[in-house]
Design a protein around this ligand. Structure first.
Ligand SMILES: [Zn+2]
Ligand SMILES: [Zn+2]
Ligand SMILES: [Zn+2]
Length: 125
């Protein structure tokens, strides 16, 4: 009887059938369920409003909350006010507030968000 080795081969073929790279794009675009949180907002400031309120201007990059217009500093900045705002307010989606960048990020799903429609880029000068 040699049936044992046959079962091992079948198990290996099933695992190899799953290709993680094939599903990445679809998952990245479809995972965020917060697209209705994206609104037309007016940026509250031309810098991180929480850093400015604290008398500091040491942020690395700026993020604009697409629900209320809060401008906060990114996770590479010392204070991380953008993610603090997202947690504290429940506003999930920020847009880059850097010149020439208009990508969006969902803090809840931790994915980049494809905007339903490309709005005017509110990047600061
Ligand atoms: Zn989301
Ligand atoms: Zn800040
Ligand atoms: Zn907000």
């Amino acid at each position: 009887m040699t049936s044992g080795s046959g079962q091992g081969r079948r198990w290996f073929r099933r695992r190899a059938y799953i290709n993680p790279f094939e599903t990445l794009d679809a998952a990245g675009a479809a995972t965020c369920t917060h697209l209705d949180a994206i609104t037309a907002v007016t940026p509250s400031s031309d810098g991180c409003e929480d850093c400015i309120a604290a008398g500091e201007r040491e942020w690395m990059h700026l993020r604009l909350c697409r629900t209320c217009g809060h401008v906060g500093c990114c996770d590479s900045s010392p204070q991380r006010h953008a993610s603090a705002h997202a947690r504290g307010s429940g506003h999930p989606i920020v847009q880059s507030y850097e010149p020439g960048e208009d990508w969006m990020w969902c803090y809840v799903d931790e994915v980049y968000v494809d905007a339903p429609e490309p709005g005017p880029s509110p990047s600061h000068p």
